[in-house]
Design a protein around this ligand. Structure first.
Ligand SMILES: NC(=O)c1ccc[n+]([C@@H]2O[C@H](COP(=O)([O-])OP(=O)(O)OC[C@H]3O[C@@H](n4cnc5c(N)ncnc54)[C@H](OP(=O)(O)O)[C@@H]3O)[C@@H](O)[C@H]2O)c1
Length: 329
């Protein structure tokens, strides 16, 4: 496969290259693409040095697959141009996720929706992917009625500039700010931009995307997304009310059987998921499983994953692998 990584100099792009190498992705030619600012920059991949090129040069090279993580406006403008030359784009931005003509894919859940005709495929939001992977087997069994979500999100979810802000603040160095406020020793209830309804765009992604991925809009969702000074991954407290009652041992078994999920829940030994353990791992970790005693059929759970791996790069590359394995590219 001739593969283009668009946004190769960024936070997700960098992890994308690590994951491609680790998984031995079948690359015959690799194109590393970023903005005009980075043109000519040198990046190492699998012991070889590559020169960063611009978007038009990449389109002209007609890649088979392009893995995009370069922001929404770049995707909106350029993904169709890649698709026009026959390339299949898997896009990490929010540009195409809710477009009814585009698929929103978590391969373990709805990879089977993909066809040869899908030329632009959307990767869900990082907080959505980890949550929906844990909820899918429970929804299939007990049918979700309502979700109440609170997130504790890593600065790596905002990109290179935010990680630098936290580093600088820890060291007491002045520098460019990615957030309106200091993030060190703080919690900022503001991820992405505010919308007219008073929610942030990130919160509304958590409301809308699970319904599209699970092909079911019968359940209701409300969310609060908070940025905290961690770097290894996103954490989520999820309160889920089902239509039907559940057995906690069976919940544990359903989660254990779900590909990509690790149940990490042993209170006697203080075992529960944390970003420090999820960092650099592809799995989604679930723990603190307990019945909500305030209302029937309701479960509390704590879900943690590395937002740059399963939340972004790994899921994108799993989609590309699915396309190759099923002869769809
Ligand atoms: N971080 C996460 O956990 C996460 C998770 C899921 C999805 N995403 C999405 O992935 C995308 C990238 O996120 P990130 O965290 O990697 O951000 P980042 O660290 O700021 O990197 C942005 C990348 O996009 C490139 N870029 C920016 N403007 C461009 C343009 N006009 N033309 C071509 N390339 C351009 C940058 O190139 P230069 O270096 O040349 O500026 C850089 O490679 C965003 O859409 C984000 O929403 C991020």
């Amino acid at each position: 496969m001739k593969v283009a990584v668009v946004g190769a100099t960024g936070m997700v792009g960098n992890v994308m290259l690590q994951v491609l190498a680790e998984r031995n992705f079948p690359i015959t030619e690799l194109l590393l693409v970023a903005s005009e600012r980075s043109k000519g920059k040198q990046i190492e991949y699998n012991g070889k040095t590559y020169t960063v090129i611009g978007l038009q040069d990449a389109v002209d090279a007609k890649p088979d697959i392009a893995l995009f993580s370069a922001g929404g406006s770049t995707s909106e403008e350029w993904a169709p141009k890649f698709a026009e030359v026959g390339c299949t784009v898997v896009d990490n931005s929010s540009a195409w996720r809710m477009d009814p003509s585009k698929k929103l894919i978590v391969p373990e859940i709805n990879g089977n929706e993909l066809t040869k005709e899908d030329k632009i495929i959307a990767n869900p939001n990082c907080s959505t992917i980890q949550m929906v992977l844990a909820l899918a087997p429970l929804h299939n069994k007990y049918k979700m009625k309502r979700l109440v979500i609170s997130t504790y999100q890593s600065v790596s979810g905002t990109g290179v500039q935010a990680v630098r802000q936290l580093d600088n603040e820890e060291k007491g160095i002045e520098g460019e700010m990615a957030y309106n406020y200091p993030i060190y020793r703080n919690a900022i209830p503001h991820c992405d931009v505010f919308l007219e309804n008073g929610y942030t765009k990130e919160e509304m992604k958590l409301v809308k995307e699970p319904k599209k991925i699970l092909s079911d809009d019968s359940f209701s969702v409300t969310a609060t997304a908070v940025r905290i000074p961690t770097a290894g991954g996103h954490s989520e407290a999820v309160n889920v009310q089902f239509e039907n009652d559940f057995d906690l041992a069976e919940v544990r078994q359903l989660l254990t059987d779900m590909p990509g999920i690790i149940v990490s829940d042993d209170l006697d030994n203080n075992v529960y998921p944390m970003p420090i353990h999820a960092h650099n791992k592809d799995e989604v970790f679930v723990g603190r499983l307990r019945r909500d005693e305030s209302q029937p059929n309701t479960l509390n759970m704590w879900i943690v994953a590395d937002n740059l791996r399963k939340g972004a790069a790994t899921n994108t590359i799993q989609i590309a692998e699915y396309l190759i394995e099923n002869g769809l590219v």
